[in-house]
Design a protein around this ligand. Structure first.
Ligand code: SAH
Length: 411
């Protein structure tokens, strides 16, 4: 029989007897917990020696003596000799000090568990029959994977803890392009403030019905919820002790106004973090087979908001053969961008591509050139959301094998 306790070792005296590799492994765990560790051993394995030196851990060189137990809350016996470990465990028993008998796990009063930490949850696994660390570790890993991906009901059930905001990038659309951290934070959230773009639908359909989902989705030209209101919302919910996920399409810090939301949280003293994600600036061209950099073709990327003024740096990047220019939010402004580029003297045959609704079943790619772009956009009825790529990487044949090689590979 065993009762698993969660023991706070911070600042507590933990004695490790034996200087081998097992001691080194355990030292790392106890150190991570902030325990006041000390070692008794005649000599040290190089790994243990390195830790002892790096952390200035007290080491008494010699074999175990009963007086070593003085002050210890917990003892770890791993001398490499079963009889000695058992003797230490027996002395601990008499002194009422908990002892992990590493050499002979069944005979200590305490045992290490296979442990996994995920966010603010810790799961520990042990077995009640014999010692089978690999089995416990396997179970731990399986649970750890589920925790990491937010596939377990992680939401706090009791109110009153501290609130926080996580600005979470949802990536370009498909749920399997979200990070595991994003999935876990969504599973832990009390409130999700979501945009229209991104993987919201699929992921949000699966969440706990008690989670409050607030849709602040913005459409080009209309802003249903003003940014100041979003800032106020996330701060207010977090200040009330809730865990807020601000879920955004793509990456929060790429034209996502994540910086402003972070400022609002910091100004209000709310703990805030950012979870990055693939940005449509890179992931949407990629979905159409366009690498935004390509050895020998493009060695720099210029990402620009199409709604902003057309700056000299944008014109220069479009003119530079070695640069890929990626325009987000550029559908309405396309005509103006093209005209400015042509007036600037950029070649009309500069390759361009439109990628609409990247990473969705509606994805459509149109290859064109600067000279034909406006006409082609009108002809296909170019629609948001779309990424516009200008540069040689947009050429349809960029990644195609050369014709003479096709023959060779077929032969
Ligand atoms: N933070 C986001 C960008 C927000 S701005 C990111 O890192 O991806 C919104 C613009 O992103 C849209 O106007 C469009 O240009 C682009 N975009 C987002 N998702 C897209 C998609 N699935 N297909 C094409 N463009 C997309």
């Amino acid at each position: 029989m065993t009762l698993m306790l969660s023991v706070a070792l911070t600042g507590r005296d933990v004695l490790l007897v034996g200087g081998g590799a097992v001691t080194a492994r355990r030292l790392r765990r106890f150190l991570a917990e902030g325990a006041r560790v000390r070692v008794v051993a005649p000599d040290l394995h190089p790994e243990t020696a390195a830790l002892v030196e790096a952390h200035a851990i007290p080491w008494r060189r010699g074999t175990f003596r009963g007086s070593d137990l003085r002050g210890a809350w917990l003892v770890h016996a791993a001398t490499g000799r079963q009889r000695v470990d058992r003797d230490i465990a027996a002395r601990c028993e008499r002194r009422r000090v908990l002892c992990i008998n590493a050499g002979d796990g069944g005979h200590g009063s305490a045992r290490m568990t296979a442990q996994v930490d995920s966010g603010d949850i810790t799961v520990a696994v042990t077995s009640t029959v014999g010692v089978d660390p690999r089995r416990s570790a396997t179970v731990r890993d399986a649970i750890g994977d589920q925790l990491a991906e937010g596939r377990l009901p992680l939401r706090r059930q009791r109110e009153g803890g501290p609130g926080r905001v996580d600005l979470v990038g949802g990536g370009p659309g498909p749920a399997d392009l979200m990070t595991v951290r994003a999935r876990r934070l969504i599973a832990e959230a009390d409130v999700i403030v979501a945009d229209r773009l991104g993987p919201t639908i699929e992921v949000l359909q699966a969440i706990d019905p008690h989670v409050q989902v607030i849709d602040v989705g913005k459409r080009p030209g209309s802003h249903p919820v003003p940014q100041e209101e979003i800032n106020r919302l996330i701060v207010e919910h977090a200040a009330a002790g809730r865990r807020v996920v601000r879920l955004k399409g793509g990456d929060p810090f790429v034209f996502g106004r994540g910086g402003e939301e972070m400022q609002a949280c910091l100004a209000a003293g709310i703990p805030v973090d950012v979870v990055p994600a693939p940005s449509s600036a890179i992931a949407v061209p990629q979905a159409a087979g366009i690498p935004v950099t390509h050895r020998g073709t493009a060695s720099a990327i210029h990402v620009v908001n199409g709604q902003g003024p057309i700056t000299t740096s944008t014109l220069e990047s479009m003119a530079d053969d070695s640069v890929t220019t990626v325009v987000l939010m550029g559908v309405a402004a396309l005509g103006g961008i093209v005209d400015a580029a042509l007036r600037h003297g950029i070649a009309a045959d500069r390759p361009m591509a439109f990628v609409e609704s990247g990473h969705t079943p509606q994805q459509r790619t149109t290859r064109t050139t600067l000279g034909r772009a406006s006409e082609d956009a009108a002809a296909i009825g170019l629609r948001n959301p779309a990424v516009i790529v200008i540069g040689d990487v947009a050429r349809a044949d960029l990644l195609m094998p050369a014709p003479e090689r096709i023959g060779a590979s077929l032969a």
